[in-house]
Write a protein that binds this ligand. Structure first.
Ligand SMILES: Cc1cc2nc3c(=O)[nH]c(=O)nc-3n(C[C@H](O)[C@H](O)[C@H](O)COP(=O)(O)OP(=O)(O)OC[C@H]3O[C@@H](n4cnc5c(N)ncnc54)[C@H](O)[C@@H]3O)c2cc1C
Length: 497
């Protein structure tokens, strides 16, 4: 197999000279959690990501639930990874200083006939080893969720579930890995892989090449393309992209429910869900529709109507006037129904982390552990990295400081006294820090994911131009070259085209 013709025109000639122990393809939660766990060893690791930032695939847009593990079919890889991942999540979030809420989750039945499905989930969860599951009656359900619709008859209570910020977790894992030396290559859309003398040559569309002894395929909806590029002609996993749309409601509605509230699932998914976010908003969604393109993250009027209808059956007094935005994510649903976490039989040194649909976020710490076990079984040798604590470089969040600490910080750096995003109260100092950290933000959305500037009620109407000006100053590029989310998503006309 040949590398693409432009692979010799390396944008950065130094890159091709480095020999990494491992190149991870894809910087979603699967790739970044694997990089994070690998950072505990003295290995040379690079992450190649097609987007301009981490968390650009499913990890950007999902329900943000650390599922307890009652949903996957027993004895599947998915069931094992889910329960193990969920158990690790509070500890990992504590280490990475990522907001996590141990709120439990509920699945509600609204007809007597649906209670049999709750029992099935309970039995499954018990077999999977989920701790503390209970079937509860309508009175207890109403005490936990006073806004539940009057028709609710019973529920499954899963106290070990929680909520987390998915892209926040991904960014934090990437930052901790970067602090230990992991290198991130963005806008690196892998389009050719050749193995030569036990070394993978992994080429990007723009001609850059990374060389490594092992390659990890964590490309989400694009895992099959990567596998075929690497020479896995009989790769068994086919991905069916299924889009899930969401509505995000203002913080004024954040208390409509206190925890993820599902309806009894159907063959299409876990039902329309209402859940608080760790930042105090509420999300409603997702629906589930097969789409032609794994990158089709549009939202549709019909889809949003479906969400409103589903949510109105679950709770009373849903205030849809408080919807501040809508978004969608693509599930990388494998045709086998299970995660495919396996070393390649035909291409030595290649590891697939494929078919990572829901609950891939909840499972990510366990998937990463399994990835490391497999890499070591493949012959990778490494010593523990001296001094690695698993923590990320500290992040200042003004809203978490008391008045005295704020005052001292502003005296030291006045940028922390200049509010840029009024809705969320985000300062210039926090935005500058987000740009300067590693891997740093280089687009409006990347700043938003790190700081919440632009996430509030006005959705960036007020602060976007000011964030763009800070990005322009910090990155040393013109305003016309600032993008919303990388690529050609310029926000002003006249940028490089
Ligand atoms: C609607 C929806 C709801 C969900 N809800 C939950 C939930 O509540 N809880 C839960 O646990 N899970 C949930 N999930 C699943 C979870 O989001 C995914 O399992 C998880 O994000 C998968 O992470 P990943 O890193 O494997 O894939 P992704 O996040 O998709 O990352 C793959 C990365 O690979 C990159 N890439 C692709 N091709 C290339 C290439 N050629 N070169 C370089 N890079 C490439 C992409 O740009 C992307 O950044 C949900 C998913 C969806 C869509």
């Amino acid at each position: 197999m040949q590398l693409p013709n432009n692979a010799n025109n390396t944008k950065n000639a130094n890159i091709a000279k480095e020999l990494y122990d491992i190149v991870i393809i894809g910087a979603g939660i699967t790739g970044c959690m694997t990089a994070y766990k690998l950072a505990g060893y003295n290995l040379r690791v690079a992450v190649a990501e097609a987007g301009d930032d981490v968390a650009r695939g499913s990890t950007r847009a999902n329900s943000a639930i650390v599922h307890a593990g009652y949903d996957p079919v027993p004895h599947t890889v998915k069931a094992e990874m889910n329960v193990k991942g969920c158990a690790q999540m509070p500890y990992i979030c504590e280490k990475l200083k990522v907001k996590y809420r141990a709120c439990g989750s509920l699945v509600a039945a609204f007809f007597e006939e649906e209670t049999a499905a709750l029992r099935t989930l309970y039995d499954r969860g018990t077999l999977n080893g989920v701790p503390g599951l209970e079937l509860i009656d309508a009175a207890r359900l109403r005490a936990l969720e006073p806004n539940i619709a009057d028709s609710a008859v019973a529920a499954l209570w899963a106290p070990s579930a929680g909520i987390v910020c998915p892209y926040g977790l991904c960014i934090a894992a990437a930052e901790a890995a970067a602090a230990a030396g992991t290198e991130f290559f963005f806008d690196f859309s892998v389009n050719g892989i050749v193995k030569d003398d036990d070394v993978f040559h992994i080429a990007a569309e723009d001609g850059r090449v990374l060389r490594a002894r092992c390659a990890v395929n964590a490309a989400g909806a694009h895992v099959r393309e990567i596998a075929l590029m690497a020479g896995e002609d009989n790769f068994p996993v086919r991905i069916i992209p299924r889009r899930g749309e969401y509505m995000l409601l203002d913080k004024s509605e954040g208390r409509t429910v206190s925890r993820p509230l599902f309806s009894v699932p159907t063959d299409k998914g876990k039902g329309i869900l209402l859940t608080p976010t760790v930042d105090g908003n509420m999300i409603v969604g997702p629906n589930s529709h097969v789409v032609d393109s794994p990158d089709d993250t549009a939202t549709t009027a019909d889809g949003l109507a479906e969400l409103t209808e589903g949510a109105a059956r679950t709770v009373k007094n849903l205030n849809t006037r408080a919807v501040i935005t809508s978004f969608s994510g693509i599930r990388s649903t494998p045709d086998s129904g299970d995660f495919y976490i396996k070393a390649s039989d035909t291409v030595p040194g290649l590891l697939h982390l494929a078919g990572i649909e829901s609950p891939g976020l909840a499972s990510s710490p366990a998937i990463a552990d399994r990835a490391l076990e497999l890499l070591f079984a493949m012959g990778l040798k490494a010593e523990a990295r001296c001094g690695f604590t698993g923590e990320r470089p500290p992040v200042i969040r003004m809203d978490e400081l008391d008045d005295g600490a704020k005052q001292r910080l502003i005296e030291h750096n006045p940028a922390y006294g200049r509010i840029v995003c009024r809705c969320e109260g985000i300062t210039e100092g926090e935005i500058v820090d987000a740009i300067r950290r590693l891997p740093g933000a280089s687009s409006l959305d990347a700043v938003k994911r790190r700081t919440r500037a632009g996430m509030g009620r006005c959705q960036g109407g007020f602060c976007s131009s000011r964030v763009a000006a800070i990005l322009s100053r910090e990155l040393g590029i013109g305003m016309e070259d600032i993008t919303k989310n990388g690529g050609a998503s310029y926000i002003l006309t006249g940028g490089q085209r």
